[in-house]
Design a protein around this ligand. Sequence first.
Ligand SMILES: [Fe+2]
Ligand SMILES: [Fe+2]
Length: 274
Amino acid sequence: MEVDRRAFIASIGGAAAVATMDHEAKAEALEHYMEEQLDAQVAAQQGGQPEKFPTVAEIEAQIETRPYRRGAGSVFVGQRGENVKKLQPMTAKPTLKDFFELRFAPANHVLQSATRALKTGMSEEVILACLLHDCVLSLIKPDHGWWGAQLFEPYIPEKSAFAIRYHQTLRFYPDPEAGYEYPDQYYRIFGHDYQPPQYIADTYKWLKNHKWYMEPRLVTVNDLYAFDPNAKVSIEPFMDIVGRHFKQPKEGLGFDNSPSAHMWRTLARPDSPL
Ligand SMILES: [Fe+2]
Ligand SMILES: [Fe+2]
């Protein structure tokens, strides 16, 4: 079986990640990668057609087929068209862990993303950013990088907030050297002919020369391969990092008068009518 060296290196997090691995880890990663490729080839031979991605126009045509807008946060919309479920009440002085368990759950995507960052030896600021990067999707989806950074900014290191804010922009731009290719998932959800809006293109231009470019870039590197529905993950392995870098307010999230306190309260009480 032929191995595409670049794709393989990208799949394990790029050259920087490879440099941190010993021989055994590299061999194991290669074996795992080849197994996956083989599975994909077998599926293709058994009549699997290459996926046909929708166009922007096709996606737009779906707007009036739904009772909600795609930008609504996931706590506000029933899963797969079902009615919403009653939520467990939030604790009196909510912590980040409470929000993970009671509002962001199952949070598989961010937990897998952070697990990958931890395994590939990234900085604690990046691991924290990976852990938090998409949590705000429970509240709102458009511009989730900016919303997410604002939600967490009062409590986390500046570099982590920067990484959260700009991962949204960098996801649209491949950086094969860092181990990031444009994701198929984006062809699926935006359309294969989608062009990011001008403010995203301008933000990318500015980011490319920023001294912290790699912070959000590493979030995208961990983001891409973080969708495994069967992986068992929990916030426990990250509680030390959270303890060191997340300034938990003593009054509880939502009650400390921070600039994002109202966002936490909205997440705590999404059934509130006003
Ligand atoms: Fe994201
Ligand atoms: Fe993500």
